[in-house]
Design a protein around this ligand. Structure first.
Ligand code: ZN
Ligand code: ZN
Length: 327
């Protein structure tokens, strides 16, 4: 097999040949057909997460087909199309796992971070954490649903029944969640980097009622806002834009420091929360609904060997929607 390997934090990924791996007990081997590029991959490469592990193969928005099955695996078959998400393993015994919050597990495994991921021609996964994808939809179009869609879905649920919803940072996750929110009958207000009129146009094409810069005041007070961009300064900006009792949801795994702000921005029962990871239940719900919603993902594909270019294009905001690597 081949992979784009991170050998040291802050260095470019290296095209590497590896011995074919065999799945162990409870594991499957998936021949990768598409792997989305997530902002979290940039945080992995930059060493911004708490427990960086190298060498590692990044990538956790994996679509592929099972080509080997380890001992003791039930409910999967060779040739089946599956998705392998960020949540790669949980302990099943900690208080979080036992209370339906496995996203907060005390001893988790994460694909493309603590375990090798999908910037590769094949990946080994814990079979219990792979989602059957059926045969509807194209592999490349589905890949961004595996994290941008799933974490976005969890963040949207966390936003409650907000009728007016702000999305800060209009990248892969927001372009999916804007479609879900519209389908649910909410009004979407999209905030981009100042001057990024291309992303603002893109948001309006996807049904946003309004799109503007992150420092603009929206035409209506927001019931809730989700921050997808890793920019701490957006927290006070979003708090300023939500109405009394409104909620601001931080959906990223990493964010630059939040600047100090006046208590009056939080006063009047405004809430500030974060979303961490996903549960398998989130995946089952979202992937079950996605075909009915008719989500259309905008993707830019790159050959697997050009993963470094995909990452730098993501860093510089050179495309709208999501980047997807194809082996
Ligand atoms: Zn656990
Ligand atoms: Zn991700």
């Amino acid at each position: 097999m081949h992979a784009m390997m991170l050998n040291a934090i802050g260095t470019p990924l290296a095209w590497t040949e590896l011995p074919e791996r065999q799945p162990g007990p409870g594991e499957i081997r998936v021949k990768v057909t598409a792997c989305g590029v997530c902002r979290t991959d940039l945080h992995v490469v930059d060493g911004e997460l708490a427990h960086p592990r190298v060498p590692v193969i990044p990538g956790h928005e994996i679509v592929g087909r099972i080509d080997a099955i380890g001992p003791g695996v039930e409910g999967h078959r060779i040739g089946e199309r599956v998705g392998v998400p960020w949540l790669g393993h949980t302990c099943s015994i900690c208080p979080y796992c036992r209370s339906g919050r496995e996203n907060l597990c005390d001893a988790p495994g994460f694909t493309g971070y603590t375990h090798d991921g999908g910037y590769a021609t094949a990946v080994i996964a814990d079979a219990r954490f792979a989602f059957p994808l059926g045969e509807q939809g194209d592999d490349v179009a589905l890949a961004p649903l595996l994290c941008a869609g799933l974490i976005g879905w969890r963040a949207l649920a966390m936003a409650g029944d907000a009728r007016t919803l702000g999305l800060y940072g209009f990248g892969a996750a927001a372009h999916i969640i804007a479609q879900v929110a519209r389908w649910q009958g909410r009004s979407v207000f999209a905030f981009t980097r100042p001057g990024d009129t291309a992303s603002q146009d893109f948001a309006r094409q996807l049904g946003a009622a309004w799109a503007g810069s992150s420092d603009d005041t929206p035409p209506e007070a927001l019931d809730a806002a989700i921050i997808f961009a890793p920019v701490g300064a957006l927290v006070p900006a979003a708090l300023k834009a939500v109405r009394k009792g409104g909620r601001v949801v931080c959906a990223g795994i990493h964010m630059s420091d939040i600047p100090s702000f006046a208590y009056s921005l939080l006063w009047e029962e405004r809430q500030l929360v974060s979303v961490a990871n996903l549960t398998r239940q989130d995946g089952i719900e979202f992937l079950g609904l996605a075909p009915n919603i008719g989500i259309v993902t905008r993707t830019t594909t790159y050959p697997l060997q050009e993963a470094n270019r995909a990452l730098s294009d993501l860093r510089e905001g050179r495309f709208d929607g999501a980047a997807v690597l194809v082996p």
